[in-house]
Design a protein around this ligand. Structure first.
Ligand code: ADP
Ligand code: MG
Ligand code: MG
Length: 250
C-alpha cells in the first residue's frame, strides 16, 4: 500500500527527515510515536505533499505508484487522506456540502461524472449512521464554532466519505479530551478494512488504548529507530524515550 524508502526531507534548509523507512500493507494500522520535534508532523505533511517541504532523497509509493512528484490535490485523489487538511471555517458551507464538493472533485480528477444525488444521500446516510453522527451536525457550517470533539467528528466523517487508501491522522493536539480521542478511535476502528491502511501519529500513548495498532514505530531525529507491536507503546508510556536514545548511542 504505502512504501517509503530512505526518505530525506527538509524545511527552510533544515534537515528533518534523515533516511526514514516505513512499509504499510493494506489492512494494517501503524502508529508512529516519538518525542516532540522528532519529525512526525513533517512525515505526515511530506506524504500529503505539502509544498513547504523539500524531499531531497528517497521514494514514496502508493500501491506501486510513485506519488512524490504529485501535487497535494493529486495525492488526495490518488487516495491519501491527511487529517486537519481543511481546518478553515467556512460560514454558509455545511459539513455535507463541503464533502459533496470534495467527492465530486475527486471523481472529476478520475474522469468520472458527479455522483448521482441519490447515491450521495445514501452514502451520507450510511456513513453517518455507522459513525453515529446526527443530522443536525451535518447541516452545520464547516468548522464554525466547532469544539475539539466536533472537529474530530468532521474529520472522521470526511475520511469515511472519501474512503482513502491511506489515512494519516496526526494527533498533534495535546488538548484532545477523552471524548475527542474516542471519536477518532471509534472512527478508525469502524473504517479500517482489508482495502485501506491507517497511519496514526501521536505523541501520547492514550489514543492507543482505543486503537490497537498492528505496529508501533518510534520516530526519533528523523528516522524510525524502533518498531514493535502494541506493547511498545505501553513501554514508551512507562519509560519515556530516554532509553531509546541510550540504545542508539550504545
Ligand atoms: P513533531 O511533529 O515530531 O513534533 P515536527 O515535524 O513538527 O515534529 O518538527 C520537526 C522539526 O522541524 C522540529 O525541530 C521543528 O522545529 C522543525 N520545523 C518544523 N517546521 C519548521 C519550519 N517551518 N521551519 C523550520 N523548522 C521547522
Ligand atoms: Mg510537535
Ligand atoms: Mg507534530
Amino acid at each position: 500500500m504505502l512504501k517509503i524508502n530512505n526518505l530525506h526531507a527538509e524545511i527552510n534548509g533544515k534537515s528533518i527527515l534523515k533516511g526514514l523507512n516505513i512499509h504499510v500493507k493494506a489492512g494494517e494500522v501503524h502508529a508512529i510515536m516519538g518525542p516532540n520535534g522528532a519529525g512526525k508532523s513533517t512525515l505526515a505533511n511530506v506524504i500529503a505533499g505539502k509544498e513547504d517541504y523539500e524531499v531531497t532523497e528517497g521514494i514514496i509509493e502508493l500501491n506501486g505508484e510513485d506519488i512524490s512528484e504529485l501535487a497535494p490535490e493529486e495525492r488526495a485523489h490518488a487516495g491519501v487522506f491527511l487529517s486537519f487538511q481543511y481546518p478553515v471555517e467556512i460560514p454558509g458551507v455545511s459539513v455535507t456540502n463541503f464533502i459533496k464538493t470534495a467527492i465530486n472533485e475527486t471523481r472529476k480528477a478520475r474522469g468520472q461524472e458527479d455522483m448521482p444525488a441519490k447515491d450521495m444521500l445514501q452514502k451520507i446516510r450510511e456513513k453517518s449512521e455507522l459513525l453515529e453522527i446526527d443530522r443536525k451536525f451535518l447541516s452545520r457550517s464547516l468548522n464554525e464554532g466547532f469544539s475539539g470533539g466536533e472537529k474530530k467528528r468532521n474529520e472522521i466523517f470526511q475520511m469515511a466519505m472519501l474512503e482513502p487508501k491511506i489515512a494519516i491522522l496526526d494527533e498533534t493536539d495535546s488538548g484532545l479530551d477523552i471524548d475527542a480521542l474516542r471519536i477518532v478511535a471509534n472512527g478508525v476502528n469502524k473504517l479500517k478494512s482489508k482495502d485501506n491502511a491507517v497511519l496514526v501519529i501521536t505523541h501520547y500513548q492514550r489514543l492507543l488504548d482505543y486503537i490497537v495498532p498492528d505496529f508501533v514505530h518510534v520516530l526519533y531525529d528523523g528516522k524510525i529507530v524502533k518498531t514493535g507491536d502494541a506493547s511498545l507503546a505501553l513501554e514508551l508510556e512507562a519509560k519515556g524515550y530516554d532509553w531509546i536514545k541510550q540504545e542508539l548511542v550504545s
